[in-house]
Write a new protein. Structure first.
Ligand code: HEM
Length: 543
């Protein structure tokens, strides 16, 4: 069996195994996600939050920028705190202080170690116990926790609305006054913060670890790292070292390629000059503008880290807050990188084929307009979402989804997916005649087509959650998007495109390029997907 054939089989093997494992852990996450109860009640059956209010609260947090303002379960931005870690710590101290005052007439921190230990164990027994009843779908709180919720709800209301005593903290966190404008929205967002925090400390049924696998670390409530996590982290590092060793070994064994002859003339001059190629030029102009805008947003975002409420004294946070600049900064990176690659392929495909299929020019121009509408429309929607100008349904469709890298509203996502399939059609058509010719380049072009199809298809992972989906499940699919699409298939695609260009430039032999492309794809995908799988394992979840 020749080398290329063996590599194709290895690729098929890696893909099947990895997706099977991913599917298995996906199934587990659906089964084990922290439940959203129908009601959370006090010991005397007073409803504190309903399930619908918690789901609304999640949508309100998303509309404010979600993971672009602090983080939840560790996913998100850095300037503001992780709200679940923050809530957990403040809730623990509130309950500990309450008991310390009642029993010892002192603050918890002023107690001796034995006194602290007694109170801590009492707290741990309270908050780690899973009081969700799957039959009634009700979670019952202790009196202490109900009081802690009232206390923390007032605290977060002051912070996210306009209590002057939090001016300094808002500046530190780069959160403008009145980030949330309506007290009822604030109440529901507190419901979501409580539920998400509940999942970080409540033990899963028949288990001693919390739904988030004891994350965040919080010694007061015995959220400590588990042996499982240490073992899997160790295993990942060992696998990484072994794999690097194997790659070096393979490289040493593979020997040197035959020398290539230097081309007598510029090989690109031989390429066909299809009319649509000229129309692709404007894509690169837009890419350059998007890079400038992205870096500008990065600079403003960085500045908010030191002056959270303005820009050299200008009250910039009133109309361009940190949540907006950070969202645009991260999203524009995806937009310009994707546009640059799409344009490269729109340039190469007709050049290789030598002519334009019917309507290619119209397609290239239509796609360009669609991309502009998506970039500008999604950015405008995100601004409106963060400024709290949309209701929750409008926000989901046109505003801010609050998930880092998938911040754009669902309508823009679907529009982009359609655009990606249009792009796929535009690049497949000029290449089909070459495929039929069965030249030496065939395998490289097949790989090229596979990677382009994956780019179009896997963007769809970002559509797998809905507006009311449990955060744990939405996060599973977001990881598909970030790791399989952005880090996985875009990497494969980049390698294929670059190899292809090198062959065209006469710098690489077709056979060398093809085998190396398939080989590196096996490495990317086994490495990338094993990484995803190990994360899922750690999340075994964590959920
Ligand atoms: C002068 C140039 C740049 C500046 C000043 C800058 C600044 C920043 C700042 C301040 C953050 C937010 C950190 C936080 O508060 O959470 C950030 C995040 C980020 N930036 Fe940049 N950036 C620059 C260029 C770039 C470029 C060129 C890219 C990609 C092509 C990029 C990609 C990202 C990404 C992906 C994040 C999110 C990181 C995360 O959440 O872990 N940045 N950048």
């Amino acid at each position: 069996m020749d080398k290329e054939r063996r590599l194709w089989i290895a690729l098929a093997f890696v893909m099947s195994i990895s997706f099977a494992v991913l599917g298995y852990y996906g199934y587990q996450i659906y089964q084990q996600a922290p439940p959203i109860p129908d009601r959370i009640v006090t010991p005397d059956q007073q409803t504190v939050f309903t399930g619908e209010e918690i789901k609304d609260g999640q949508n309100i947090w998303q509309s404010m920028g979600g993971q672009e303002v602090g983080s939840v379960w560790g996913h998100g931005a850095y300037v503001a705190p992780d709200w679940t870690a923050d809530w957990l710590h403040r809730e623990s101290l509130f309950i500990l202080n309450k008991h310390a005052h009642k029993e010892f007439h002192k603050e918890y921190n002023a107690l001796n170690l034995e006194q602290q230990a007694v109170l801590k164990i009492r707290l741990q027994k309270d908050v780690r116990k899973n009081t969700y009843d799957p039959k009634t779908r009700i979670t019952t709180l202790s009196q202490d926790r109900a009081e802690a919720i009232a206390y923390l709800s007032a605290y977060y209301k002051g912070l996210f609305m306009d209590d002057p005593q939090f001016d300094k903290l808002r500046n530190d966190y780069a959160i403008p006054k009145m980030s949330i404008k309506d007290p009822e929205r604030m109440r529901r967002m507190n419901g979501f913060f409580f539920w998400a925090t509940w999942a970080t400390v409540t033990e899963r049924p028949d288990s001693r670890v919390s739904y988030t696998h004891n994350w965040p670390s919080e010694e007061l409530v015995a959220n400590v790292v588990t042996p499982d996590l240490l073992i899997w982290s160790g295993v990942s590092i060992i696998i990484l070292l072994i794999a690097i060793g194997l790659l070096v070994y393979n490289h040493v064994l593979s020997g040197k390629d035959d020398e290539l002859e230097t081309p007598v003339e510029d090989p690109l001059l031989r390429e066909g000059m299809a009319p649509s190629i000229l129309h692709v030029k404007k894509y690169f102009l837009i890419v350059s503008l998007l890079i400038v805008l992205q870096v500008l947003m990065g600079i403003i975002t960085a500045h908010y880290g030191v002056e959270g409420n303005g820009f050299y004294g200008l009250p910039l946070d009133q109309f361009l807050p940190y949540a907006v600049t950070r969202t645009w900064h991260t999203q524009l990176a995806i937009f310009w990188i994707a546009t640059a690659w799409l344009a490269t392929v729109l340039y190469i495909a007709p050049a290789v084929g030598g002519n334009d299929p019917k309507f290619q020019v119209i397609g290239v121009n239509f796609l360009f307009c669609a991309l502009l509408v998506i970039v500008l429309g999604s950015m405008a929607g995100q601004w409106m979402g963060i400024m709290q100008k949309l209701n929750l349904i409008q926000n989901f469709w046109f505003g801010h989804q609050g998930f880092e890298y998938v911040d754009l509203g669902r309508f823009w996502q679907v529009f982009l997916l359609v655009g990606l399939f249009l792009w796929l059609a535009l690049m497949v058509r000029p290449l089909l005649p070459i495929l039929r010719r069965k030249t030496e380049e065939k395998n490289l072009i097949v790989m090229f087509l596979i990677s382009c199809t994956a780019i179009a298809m896997f963007y769809g992972a970002g559509l797998m959650w809905g507006r009311r989906t449990n955060l744990a499940i939405a996060e599973y699919w977001r990881w598909w998007f970030v790791h399989l699409w952005v880090e996985g298939f875009f990497e494969v695609f980049a390698t294929v495109v670059i190899a292809f260009l090198f062959v065209r430039l006469g710098l690489l032999k077709t056979k060398t390029a093809t085998t190396n492309v398939i080989f590196s794809t096996v490495i990317f995908l086994s490495g990338g997907m094993a990484d995803l799988t190990l994360r899922k394992k750690t999340r075994e979840v964590k959920l």
